[in-house]
Design a protein around this ligand. Sequence first.
Ligand code: PEP
Length: 252
Amino acid sequence: MRRRVVIGNWKMHGSRESISELLATIDSSCLDPAIEIAVCPTSLHIAEVVEQLSKSSKNSRIAVGAQNVCDAESGAFTGEVSAQMLAEFGVRYVLVGHSERRELYGESDQLVAAKTAATISSGLTPVVCVGETLAQRQEGKTEFVVLRQLNAVVQQIGIEGIEKCIVAYEPVWAIGTGETASPAQAQEVHAALRNRLQQLDAALAETTPILYGGSVKASNAADLFAQPDIDGGLVGGASLKAEEFNAICASA
Ligand code: PEP
């Protein structure tokens, strides 16, 4: 059975106070311990979140992820944070290739692949995000785009690297819009991604978690997660509401 994973992406939201309250209201104590759960605060909040979770009687099993990482190990890269620094502060997962980074900050497939490699080098788990825009979907290019994005990472890190990754399919048109891919639409793309992994290595296809992201909510999570190739979710807006996040984790 493949790993089940739910990751909350808090984006650039929250204050020290609101984050502390959110963590106090999230309750993962009744969930199957086999389900991996993580939250991704801003870099600035990582240390406090790691500390609060480590002291929490109900949420110490929740890991912390970063929303971004530098592709370089260290040096003159003003404003950047390295994977090694994230590891030192207790981070376990790193989102790479989120569509907001690709679109707003011009991250290319090659840069995303380099960030994935840097993440693995520091012993962290990259969550490699892929997804098509609405225009690309309407032009029938969905599969072409997500496979191109995945292939760029494969080319850089090889099969041994992909074994250490989680893949997240996030249709750009569904992120933060309230519009979710239907379970069938999502499953179709997840199957194509898994098929690509299968071509590389059968065991890889069997073990790599592929998460769905894009307006996942308590009300649609169960149907999405019931699809054969959907192994959990990458959750934005709903991960900022404890009750929603608790219910989404329970659906996994
Ligand atoms: C995301 O940012 O990764 C995301 C999926 O956001 P939302 O759930 O808000 O669509």
